[in-house]
Design a protein around this ligand. Structure first.
Ligand code: 5GP
Ligand code: ZN
Length: 110
C-alpha cells in the first residue's frame, strides 16, 4: 500500500488539517513554506494521468475545499502544485496537490 493510502488509513500518522469522506489534507513532512499542506483523495489515484470520468469527483471535491483550507491557515494567496510523473518530481505515486503559501512566493515554481 502506498504511503498516502497508509496515511489515509491512519497506519502512518500525519498532522491533519481537514478530513471528510472523500479527501484528507495534512501537513507536508518537509514544508517548503510557512504553509505547506497536501490534499489527497481517499481513493488511490496514481497521478493526474489517471483522473477519469469515474474518479474526477474526488478532484473536484478537493478543489472545492482548498480555499477553505487555505483560509483556515489565514491565507488567501497561495500556490497549488501538482507534480505528475517522476520526471516532474512526483515522488509519492498517489495523486496530491501541494497548497503552499504564508510568505511571498518567488516567481519560479517553488
Ligand atoms: P511530490 O514530490 O510527490 O510532489 O510530493 C510528495 C510530498 O510528500 C513531499 O513534499 C514530501 O515531503 C511529502 N511526504 C512524503 N512522505 C510523507 C509522509 O510520510 N508524511 C507527510 N506528511 N508528507 C510526506
Ligand atoms: Zn495510495
Amino acid at each position: 500500500m502506498c504511503v498516502f493510502c497508509e496515511i489515509v488509513n491512519g497506519n502512518i500518522p500525519s498532522k491533519k488539517v481537514y478530513e471528510d469522506d472523500m479527501m484528507l489534507a495534512f501537513w507536508d513532512l518537509n514544508p517548503v513554506a510557512p504553509v505547506h499542506i497536501l490534499a489527497v483523495p481517499k481513493v488511490h489515484i496514481e497521478s493526474v494521468n489517471d483522473i477519469n470520468a469515474e474518479n474526477s469527483k474526488y478532484v473536484a471535491h478537493i478543489f472545492e475545499k482548498l480555499s477553505e483550507i487555505a483560509k483556515e491557515q489565514g491565507i488567501t494567496s497561495y500556490r497549488i502544485i501538482n507534480n505528475c510523473g517522476a520526471d516532474a518530481g512526483q515522488s509519492v505515486m498517489h495523486l496530491h496537490f501541494h497548497l503552499i503559501g504564508g510568505t511571498k512566493l518567488g516567481e519560479k515554481i517553488l
